[in-house]
Design a protein around this ligand. Structure first.
Ligand code: F6R
Length: 250
């Protein structure tokens, strides 16, 4: 795992945006694995800015998102589909026929089958990941086993606590989601994980210092593959003291 520390979240987001743009400009119809959440808002804003400046076109890009809450319609403001439209798809020229999103209101088994078929038949060129404070990637929550294919998951209490601030009073946060499993995250040609701020310091410290691969820390599976780059900001790096306990490539 390669670790890249930038001074600010915007600097990290700029580096990752440039990486995506160079993939888009050098590969025919690449498949991007996308993620939602507060961490990637500045990254998507940066991609939109580059699109508006004519530096990149997304019309030929295929995308697949990691996960979706069960029970939320794509028009629901809290769905991940809505997030993607709001922050990226509707502000750029992604072609809707190239976008794969799980339907949170679909029949669960058929959505899982549709997701599995898509992922079995397509290889992700670049998978973006955020990380939960409990080490989840996608919504692969801490557990006694790694679950390989796409699956239905009951969200961990820590995830519910972390994400409930996105929901206003009167809105009920779903407690289940459909997520890409570990198999397809591991099959992606390249993985980029972003983590910013003090809240992620403990989990990033664990990721770099614990020596085993443990399904109770799902992100630890990333140690088993190459082509993984982790982008963090200075605040997180300082909080973890990560520079003192690691040798890494800047
Ligand atoms: C969301 C996802 C999650 C988030 C993680 C971090 O699609 O797969 O793993 O990346 O929960 O969320 P934020 O960025 O809101 O801290």
């Amino acid at each position: 795992m390669k670790l890249i520390i930038s001074e600010t979240i915007n600097d990290s987001s700029e580096l990752v945006a440039q990486k995506i743009i160079s993939l888009v400009n050098s590969t025919k119809n690449p498949l991007l694995g996308l993620v939602t959440g507060g961490t990637v808002v500045p990254l998507y804003a940066n991609l939109v800015k580059n699109y508006e400046q004519g530096k990149v076109s997304f019309s030929e890009i295929r995308t697949v998102n990691l996960d979706e809450y069960v029970g939320l319609d794509q028009k629901d403001h809290q769905s991940f589909a809505f997030f993607m439209n709001q922050h990226l798809f509707n502000k750029t020229n992604f072609n809707s026929s190239n976008i794969f999103l799980v339907d949170g209101t679909g029949q669960i088994n058929s959505e899982l089958e549709r997701f599995d078929n898509f992922l079995t038949n397509n290889i992700i060129d670049l998978q973006l990941l955020g990380i939960g404070t409990n080490g989840h990637i996608g919504f692969n929550e801490p557990s006694s086993t790694f679950i390989l294919p796409p699956h239905l998951v009951s969200l961990a209490q820590e995830t519910i606590n972390s994400n409930s601030h996105f929901f206003s009073e009167g809105e009920v946060m779903p407690t289940q989601a459909i997520t890409m499993g570990i198999r397809d995250i591991m099959r992606a040609r390249e993985v980029v994980l972003l983590a910013f701020g003090k809240a992620k310091a403990n989990v990033i410290h664990r990721l770099f210092t614990e020596t085993c691969v443990d399904p109770n820390l799902p992100c630890s599976i990333l140690k088993l593959r190459d082509q993984v780059t982790i982008y963090i900001d200075r605040e997180l790096a300082t909080e973890t003291g990560i520079e003192d306990c690691l040798s890494f490539t800047k």
